[in-house]
Design a protein around this ligand. Sequence first.
Ligand code: AMP
Ligand code: ZN
Ligand code: ZN
Length: 308
Amino acid sequence: MKCRLCDSIAVISLPRHNSAFCRNHFVEFFQKQVKRAIKSYRMLNKTDRILVCVSGGKDSLTLWHILNEFGYNTTGLYINLGIGEYSEKSLEKAEAFAKRLNKELIVVDFAEEYTDIKALARFADRTDCSTCGVVKRYFFNRVAIEKGFDAVATGHNLDDEAARLLGNILRWQVDLVQKQSPVLDNEEGLKKKVKPLFRLTEQEIATYAFLNRIDYLREECPMSKGTTSLVYKEALNRIELESPGTKHFFYFQFLERKKDVFKHLKEDKKGVLSFCERCGTPCSGEYCAFCRLTDYLSKSAQTPCEHA
Ligand code: AMP
Ligand code: ZN
Ligand code: ZN
């Protein structure tokens, strides 16, 4: 297979773009997609201080790599969620990569300060993944605000965003569909959040990571096994095999038509009426989701042990 743009051997075929690229043209394509994402959604400025949330996986390390190549001012953030060996290996990858880039990595040890995610999910009677999501979002925002960053960047890719859209539509969660976007602007108490890799698939990111010798953790999070988001990803990949380009069309047409489709609906602001009495995060009740979650820990500590 030859590159569509030159005579060299292609390293990747991209059926959704009806293309195949050699190493150099693929990297050029990849960079163009990230630049286009950043420009079209006014995600970042060259003077911004950017907090890059890194899990040690391919998406977030690739994001850190490319933002660094583009000359952005970046600092990494890793949150230890206490998922056994998986978390230890993730931190090692994030630390080694920070060293390679010669950049600072901020580490928040949630597990040490509170408890591990599995225990917290059990106390709160929630799923592991939704508990993990609340904790991560809370610290992304809190660290960015406390340390004066201008934006929070995550490694969410096209597969993540398309699967999330599918999940929201399957449950007709119109408010969530309406809010889904590659960028969430600054609001009082909430720092701007951006997803510069949203135009790229997992396969494309893995190829970029390989070509740039990015040493990432290949293992998937053990808590994500059997989750609905993985089922939606698999379903979309199955459809993509039969009909290349569908995943791209599904998500990009949503972004294009969103404004028109929702123009009669007012932006749903009723979810944010107040600020958490403990930490100041915008929320709909007295306390934010994070403070409500961690409250279960103090309650459980007060409950006398049944077997005592
Ligand atoms: P996930 O929610 O695991 O699909 O991850 C989505 C994005 O969140 C990743 O691409 C990272 O940017 C970020 N992220 C996930 N886990 C962590 C973590 N433990 N510490 C910092 N950032 C993370
Ligand atoms: Zn080429
Ligand atoms: Zn709070």
